[in-house]
Structures are given as C-alpha cells and as structure tokens.
Design a protein around this ligand. Sequence first.
Ligand SMILES: [Zn+2]
Length: 301
Amino acid sequence: MIICDTHCDTLNMRVFHKDETPCVTMEHMVQGGVSLQTCALFAGSKGMSDHPYERAIAQYNELCRLSREEGWEKANSPLDAEEGKVKILLSVEGGEIFEGKVERVDEFYGYGVRMSGVTWNNENEMGHPAKHGSKEGIKPRGWELLRRMAEHKIAVDTSHLNEAGFWDIVDHHSQPPLASHSCAKALRNHFRNLTDDQIRAMVQRGGWIGVNFYPWFLGDTGKAVAEDIVTHIDYMCQLGADRHVGFGSDFDGIEVWPDDCSSPAGVPLVIDGLRRRGYSEEAIARIAGDNFLDYYRRLGW
Ligand SMILES: [Zn+2]
C-alpha cells in the first residue's frame, strides 16, 4: 500500500524552531509505512514583513541538507511514490513566498515544488485567508501566478484560503482544487474546515482533500484519537469523496496531536480504524495514497 501525507511543517520547525523536537523523522516515516511525505516551505506567520522568500529558501536548503546527511529523497513527480521507500514531495504554504513574481513560480518549480497554497492566514498578493472572513476573491496577480502554476502542473492548494477565493478557483481555474490539510466543517465548525458544499464541489471538479490530524480541527475539545480522523474521512466519503480524500497530517505545524497518533508512525492506526468501519482493502488503499496519485494523474502527471 502506498501511503501519502500531503502536509507537514517539519522544514519550518527544523530551521526556525530549533528548540522543538520534530516528529516527522525518517525513523517515524519508515515505521508508519509512509511512501510520500509532503513537506511545506512555509511563508511565515507575519506575511510580507516576514521575508517569506528568504524563509522559503532557508527551508529548501534544510531539505537539501537532510538529503545529503540523512538520506531524505526528494520526489521529482508525485507519481515517483513507491511502496517500501520514503520520498519527499515539496509544497509551498503561503503564496507570499512568490512575492507576486511569476518567475518565482518557475524558480520554485525548479526546486521541486509540486503543490502550492494560495494563502496562509494572512492576505497576500494572490488572495485572502479564511481566517479574516473576507468576501473578496482571487486577486488579478493571484490569477497570473495560478496560471503559471497550472502550466507547470503545480497543484493549487486551497487550505487556509477564504471561501470566495475557493469558489473562484472551482468556477474559473483550469485545475481541480486540492485542500492539503482541512477537515469537515459539519463535524467541527472552524474557519479552516470545509463546508459540505465545498466537499461536494471538490468531488465534482475532480479535486482532493487531505484530512488534518489537528485535534482542534477534528473536534471541540482539543483532544482527539486516530478514530476521530477516521470519522472525518468517513463523513467526506458519505458525501461522495471516497475517491477524493486522504491524509494531510499537519505534523510539526501543530502543537497538539491525537493521543495515539503523534507522528507519521501512527498512520497505521488510522488505517486500522478504516478497517474497523468496514472499508475494503481496495478502498483503504485509495484513501491511503492512490486517490492522491490519481489527482495528480488528472493534472497530467
Ligand atoms: Zn497550515
């Protein structure tokens, strides 16, 4: 079984929070049987004043160091994923990393970025975050960057984006949207989660959703277990997303995690939970990784 995880912030933690202990390690990824771990270049929490481009380059250099010294292997294509091997897919979290420059999209494509979020929790040149409730859609410069991303078959990540921007992409963008680390709003009313209409639109457009493992997105108490991740996946499947859903842990970007699933080594517990809910091995393999790879096949990889 190929297991994919579509979001973690371990590069940011390793560069900018050296006092913290990353849980996304080679040992944990091997233990969890993860084949493709997406690692984000995070723009930083302060928007443009945080020098997002320089931050991203520092995180990219950290991945290069991990490749040299600890055997981390970067995937050139998502479809390079293979069972029994761990590969790293590079993404961007927060379009301010491009600083509004189309040629920066080319540059990061060259580094191996295959997925890019429009915003984090701050407004940028591309659009507006879900956090501040703006009713404004994708900005003209955002469309320019999105079109260049589509030329490179870089997936557009709508996690953190506001609803107006999300619907703009659903209605007007050439690519199906992806949400790399979001849960179901019907189960936990949080601005970072997706409404039923958004989930159905993802299904209709051939998109993909990675369910976040963050307890505060899974429920109201800040406490969770792997079973709660299964509940969100199962809910999305009931809305028709059984071929459009998978895992988007957010490890090393969250300060709490499910009690029994505190690192990539815990992913098999989510898979066991799906088995207990009666999912077939085929359905589980799709959720674990095949759905994500199929999404990239639809992008033309
Ligand atoms: Zn995030």
